[in-house]
Design a protein around this ligand. Structure first.
Ligand SMILES: [Zn+2]
Length: 311
């Protein structure tokens, strides 16, 4: 894997590594090519349903998407997403179904992206995040935003077309910023959202608003949520976050003021921590170590300078 934090021996940032899949977008409108690719014996197909897929453990201890040749796949023409091809020329499709297929073998299990993203290799994680993002977008764009009529799927899952007015609708990705804020003593700012369980602290985050740059969004969110001004903003990495359609843009931001005033609306509490203070808070259980595939964990870990304690 080639991710930003590898060289420091840290955990890689989930869902950011190259998947090795060429999305081959030029084939999406070529029905003859798609039909041939679909029926080719090397083609691999998996089902996505409600953000979940089937995953299975291999004898050598890895976890993979459960994929089948297309002739074993459940029959559906209308909800077939072409995801791309790999170096060996294998084509990958996802089928959107109302439920996951039943499995005879006991080890296969349903998993969402938060779980599977931690377990799958880069190729399968990349295929899954593509399929889940398309499914979420399809589900929420069944009607034309221009005229209100029903839309139909096109371009192997990557367009919805309105047959009444001819409008073509493309998948949406909503940019969100997530930032690790430090002060001039290199302390880190961590906040608690109102609905989070006790002990859970993380970085601040928020959506980019219309007509706003991402740098402006970082500054506005930190001001709104914690009452702090920020100066230098440094981009780290982005992470697809299809819950339902975000792209997380990760930043380091340096605060130019230190007096916290939380909004009390989204953020209930925010605190500055030195590394020693955070280490002590992890040890006492006052702060729970962040975990999961979110880029937030990695932002904190990079600042912390060593692997975070595990839960
Ligand atoms: Zn329309």
């Amino acid at each position: 894997m080639s991710t930003i934090s590898d060289e420091a021996g840290r955990q890689p940032i989930g869902l950011t590594a190259p998947s090795g899949i060429d999305r081959a977008a030029h084939h999406r409108l070529d029905e003859a090519w798609l039909a041939a690719a679909w029926s080719h014996p090397s083609t691999r197909v998996f089902v996505v349903s409600g953000g979940q897929v089937l995953i299975d453990d291999t004898p050598d201890g890895r976890t993979e998407l459960v994929m089948t040749p297309s002739f074993e796949a459940p029959l559906t023409e209308t909800h077939r997403y072409f995801l791309g091809t790999d170096e060996a020329g294998v084509s990958y499709f996802a089928l959107q179904k109302d439920s996951l297929p039943g499995r005879m073998d006991q080890s296969a299990r349903a998993a969402g992206l938060r779980e599977a993203g931690l377990l799958l290799g880069d190729r399968d994680a990349g295929l899954m995040v593509h399929a889940v993002a398309l499914e979420n977008w399809q589900r929420m764009h069944r009607f034309c935003s221009r005229c209100g009529e029903r839309t139909v799927i096109a371009a192997a899952g990557h367009i919805r077309r309105c047959q009444a007015c001819g409008a073509e609708h493309y998948p949406r990705t909503d940019p969100a910023v997530i930032m690790l804020v430090t002060d001039d003593q290199d302390r880190v700012l961590l906040g608690r959202q109102v609905h989070w369980p006790e002990g859970r602290f993380s970085t601040l985050a928020g959506f980019v608003e219309p007509g706003e740059s991402i740098e402006q969004a970082v500054a506005r969110e930190v001001q709104e949520e914690a009452g702090l001004a920020v100066g230098k903003v440094e981009y780290l990495a982005s992470q697809p976050w299809p819950f339902p359609s975000s792209l997380m843009l990760g930043f380091f931001a340096r605060a130019t003021s230190t007096e916290i005033q939380v909004d009390g609306d989204e953020i209930e509490e925010a605190r500055w921590f030195s590394r020693a203070e955070l280490r002590a808070a992890f040890a006492s259980g006052e702060v729970l170590p962040p975990f999961g595939i979110s880029i937030a964990s990695r932002l904190i870990e990079i600042w912390y300078g060593e692997p975070l304690p595990t839960r």
